[in-house]
Design a protein around this ligand. Sequence first.
Ligand SMILES: Nc1nc2c(ncn2[C@@H]2O[C@H](COP(=O)(O)OP(=O)(O)O)[C@@H](O)[C@H]2O)c(=O)[nH]1
Ligand SMILES: [Mg+2]
Length: 392
Amino acid sequence: MLVGLVVGLLRRGRRGPDTAAPPEQRRPEPGVDYRPGVGDDAEEPRDTLVRDVETVRLPDSVTEPPAVEDVPVAPEVERPAPAAGRLARLRARLARSNTALGRGLLQLLSRDTVDEATWEEIEETLIAADLGTGPSLEIVERLRTRIGVDGGGDPRAVLRDELLRAVDPTLDRSLAVAPTATEAGVHRPAVVLVVGVNGVGKTTTVGKLARVLVAEDKDVVLGAADTFRAAAAEQLSTWGERVGVPTVRSDVEGADPASVAFDAVKAGADLGADVVLVDTAGRLQNKRDLMDELGKVKRVVERHGPVDEVLLVLDATTGQNGLNQARVFAEAVDITGIVLTKLDGTAKGGIVVAVQRELGVPVKLVGLGEGADDLAPFEPDAFVDAILEPAG
Ligand SMILES: Nc1nc2c(ncn2[C@@H]2O[C@H](COP(=O)(O)OP(=O)(O)O)[C@@H](O)[C@H]2O)c(=O)[nH]1
Ligand SMILES: [Mg+2]
């Protein structure tokens, strides 16, 4: 409110007569810069009402308005919209991938004669979009057979078919987020561990995913197991508060991440929650330490029961480097799904194919922006369509 006020004042100041402004920037004034005409006042009219100062008695007792702090403010809990179909709605965010990959390939394939040099260009375009050498060669081979040799078919339809095949629509991309009951009949929330190196978008993804689940009427608990910086827990609980989801955190910087994760799952079980999302740290002195710590977090959480989902978050703009990270993480924990963030900022949408091949694990979610609801379930059809068709 204060910010709004200040901005308002500044604006008004700018709009008012500014005598300090150089003459060429002043608004022309009637009587000074031109002869006053109809509708202008040459000077302050003489009959302008002037108010005298009046003395008014104040009432003896003035009831104080309640202090702002005393007024109970109902926390505004947001109700996010369901995530189904988001990728199609956010297709414009893939504009860069679209231009580089989809349109580039279509232009090449639509040439009158697709000669050897053109096939090479097609291959280069695929590799440049980070699909990886293996998948790129495969796609070119299949396209050659279907278009080059058969000479038939609509190039667009054939290309769509082959890209879709590379992305693999048969993979199960659902998230394991259903609670279970143990043999002893104890309620056990689904546990999702979110891992990845620093800055890829883990905390943001946990926050956005909490919103997706809340939109599906799930009870969610967040665990702030990135205990490196107090700010990390703060960032996570802010996401949680917006949708009325509790965050289990330690206020001690450098607390044991495994015990925070353990407590979060315990709180989830006690509260009868459906899902516990655990955010982890991606920053440690070295790779070995990071992997040891992750392994420990997972083992400690598993005292409550199995971890249902380990999501590896990768920044789509980092290309080969992202693939190297994927390999290292896969050694430390069993990855069950990939989240590719920042797909809105890259022409290299082909990384979806490369990373799935590398890990043998499906991309389950994609990040398409910094907004709270810019996380979309990955849908192969919608993805390929977005790449091939200019967003309308
Ligand atoms: N453009 C874009 N930015 C993102 C996306 N996901 C996360 N970010 C940004 O990446 C930065 C790092 O995110 P954060 O969640 O703190 O990363 P963490 O260190 O892995 O937890 C933040 O500025 C996020 O807003 C995305 O899908 N698109
Ligand atoms: Mg973080």
